[in-house]
Design a protein around this ligand. Structure first.
Ligand SMILES: C[S@@+](CC[C@H](N)C(=O)[O-])C[C@H]1O[C@@H](n2cnc3c(N)ncnc32)[C@H](O)[C@@H]1O
Length: 282
């Protein structure tokens, strides 16, 4: 009888110990989850996620350095156009991937950061490891799960480069919807610097101002590519925006893509230009 009691007690102790060893307390779960951290203290994503956002040859150092340059160039492009990044209250990283760029804003105070992506695995990683921002996944096509006129800035780095023409137009409309009047949209595209990758026919098409797309059946992935002549962006894609700036190969974090800074017209301009359509919802 005494032996049975000792056995029962030993069983209980063993069960408790094995719970601790298999990490059922939150402290132990954190230890199991431990991932490599960058000098900024934030975790580093797995190699496959890094390659999906930064290219097949990218490693950790380019993931961090390219992301830093991307973030820096957003601030610079706004500032050279008279807008202070620190004055923006709500910013969306559209196509945020595994947070390569947004992570560099982790200590920006006074601004709310959001990320959205079509790939739920990327979003799950961001939600778990970048707690300073809010992340959400979206469909291949619009809409985003945000109310209209929420953001001061939306940036989409190397996202329109992977969408069919139809999806690009639909996204421009939805990004305009979620921007405040007067809000900024910063886009990067494959421009002239990619001419070397084209067939003669494609070169001619590009030079005559036509969008070139490949693999549109795989829109939203890196196997779909779009190449934007600057004239096409101004006349077609960004036709409902003011084009504040165009910087050939200006996407420092996504070399050698072009960068465009667009602005959703402020309400007063819209009222003057759209006349009887002034009450259309934007
Ligand atoms: C080349 S990666 C760039 C990621 C990130 N912007 C960066 O520069 O590190 C393209 C990203 O766009 C995302 N994407 C593609 N289509 C999308 C869509 N329709 N909506 C949201 N994200 C999309 C992909 O899932 C991927 O994370």
């Amino acid at each position: 009888m005494q032996n049975n009691a000792i056995h029962a007690l030993a069983k209980l102790v063993n069960r408790a110990l094995s719970k601790v060893q298999t990490g059922s307390s939150s402290q132990d779960r954190a230890a199991h989850d431990s991932v490599e951290r960058a000098p900024d203290g934030l975790p580093i994503p797995s190699e496959p996620l890094i390659k999906l956002v930064a290219g097949p040859r990218a490693g950790i150092s380019w993931f961090l350095e390219g992301g830093r340059r991307g973030a820096e160039s957003i601030v610079e492009i706004l500032e050279r156009n008279g807008a202070r990044f620190a004055d923006l209250r709500a910013i969306l990283d559209f196509g945020c991937g595994c947070g390569r760029v947004i992570r560099h804003f982790s200590s920006a105070a006074g601004t709310k950061f959001y990320g959205a992506d079509y790939n739920p695995e990327m979003v799950a990683w961001c939600e778990r490891h970048l707690p300073f921002a809010k992340f959400t996944s979206n469909g291949l096509g619009p809409p985003l799960p945000f109310p209209s006129k929420k953001f001061d800035l939306v940036y989409a780095l190397s996202v329109f480069t992977h969408l069919s023409e139809e999806l690009q137009f639909r996204w421009m409309e939805d990004l305009s919807r979620v921007l405040k009047p007067g809000g900024f949209l910063l886009l990067t595209t494959h421009g002239e610097s990619y001419l070397g990758h084209f067939s003669d026919e494609e070169k001619q098409q590009f030079r005559s101002g036509k969008l070139i797309t490949r693999g549109v059946a795989n829109s939203g992935t890196n196997t779909c590519s779009a190449f934007h002549p600057p004239a096409y962006v101004r006349a077609e894609l960004a036709k409902d925006f003011q084009v504040l700036d165009f910087i050939p190969e200006g996407a420092k974090g996504n070399p050698t893509q072009d960068a465009y800074l667009l602005r959703k017209p402020p309400l007063s301009t819209r009222l003057m230009t759209v006349g009887s359509n002034a009450y259309k919802s934007y």
